[in-house]
Design a protein around this ligand. Structure first.
Ligand code: UT7
Length: 320
């Protein structure tokens, strides 16, 4: 049993912030950001929340999939920036779209979140536990940034992407995933700390902090390794792959991966110039863009790959 994608959707907050806009409020420049990362702009929430963006992306995906919300049996939302600890973002999506028959849960695997969500849906399909499932990657990272740390805050943005899958026997899907908890401290963001009737700690929360070069080296090593693994398992060569849809963190990471895979950069779609890094949302936002532009035909072989905080990574080979 495998899955096929029935439809996709995405949503970006209206407010677009360019590198030049950032340079007006902090010591940075369009030259530094774009030459180091490829990023030129990002979307930042003013009124949107994690759940409101997820609901908007979900409604668009339902329309694209041409199914009714009641047909969904599961909603998996990958996020590290939920509005609430409970109810989960997935339950808020259920309420927002009227998917009354769905079982809903959130998962957090940082930038690999959407890939892990898709792999979860695949496992449910294989176990006979799910037929039509929705997977969302959504982040409001702007609320987790240290806006005084120019080395991180310029890299990230807000947004949501969604895919609806259906269990399907005719398609082939292969996965790879891994985690390296002992490297977790290279990319961190604190949740609420202990503060109760026995412990008083009103210190400010630690926002996103990153050793960029360590993440960069990890990404460049792990992406080709993970992609090779799924292609070997699928018995498909790199040349047969139409697109490698990679997590959008840095153009130089994508270029390095293309070089190591010995594949032309044209096979690696990029939208980080306009969206920056939206963590779990990058892959489904990009997939939706490709879908809407008509870049994908039935039967096309593609690979999705995510990597990031945890550290975590994952790849999925699938047929459109
Ligand atoms: O989803 C995964 C998330 N992780 C990532 O995307 C991280 C991957 N890593 C990267 O993308 C790169 O490592 C960065 C873009 C984060 C940094 O690029 P780099 O070439 O490794 O730069 P660097 O950290 O070595 O910094 C070089 C210089 C430093 O100045 P000095 O010490 O050489 O004088 C920084 O202070 O650039 C300075 N700098 C900046 N200058 C202008 C750091 N941030 C900025 C900035 N504007 N925004």
């Amino acid at each position: 049993m495998a899955v096929k994608i029935l439809g996709t959707g995405s949503f970006l907050p209206e407010k677009r912030v360019t590198n030049d806009d950032l340079a007006q409020v902090m010591d940075t420049s369009d030259e530094w950001i774009s030459s180091r990362t490829g990023i030129r702009a990002r979307h930042i929430s003013v009124e949107e929340t994690t759940s409101s963006m997820a609901v908007k992306a979900a409604k668009i995906a339902l329309e694209d999939a041409k199914i009714a919300p009641e047909e969904l049996d599961h909603i998996f939302v990958a996020t590290l920036s939920a509005d609430h600890a409970t109810p989960s973002t997935a339950c808020q999506v259920q309420k927002g779209i009227g998917a009354e028959n769905a079982v809903c849960m959130d998962l957090n695997a940082a930038c690999s979140g959407f890939i892990f969500g898709l792999q979860t849906a695949l496992a449910y399909a294989k176990a006979g536990m799910g037929k039509k499932m929705m997977i969302i990657g959504v982040e409001t990272l702007s609320k987790l940034m240290d806006w005084k740390d120019r080395s991180t805050c310029v890299l990230f943005g807000d947004g949501a992407g969604c895919a609806i899958v259906e269990a399907d026997e005719t398609r082939k899907v292969m996965i790879d995933a891994g985690s390296k908890g002992n490297m977790g401290d290279v990319l961190t963001c604190e949740e609420r700390h202990l503060n109760n009737l026995l412990v008083k700690d009103d210190s400010p929360m630690q926002q996103v902090a990153m050793n960029g070069q360590a993440v960069f080296k990890f990404a460049v090593r792990i992406i080709p390794k993970s992609i090779h693994k799924v292609l070997e398992a699928a018995e498909v060569s790199e040349e047969e792959i139409k697109y490698f849809v990679l997590h959008q963190a840095n153009r130089r990471i994508i270029e390095a991966a293309a070089k190591r895979l010995k594949e032309p950069i044209e096979k690696f779609p990029i939208n980080l110039d306009q969206c920056a890094n939206t963590s779990s949302a990058t892959v489904p936002i990009l997939l939706d863009e490709m879908n809407k532009k008509g870049m994908l035909e039935p039967g096309d072989k593609i690979v999705l790959c995510g990597f990031g905080g945890g550290l975590t990574w994952g790849s999925v080979y699938l047929e459109w």
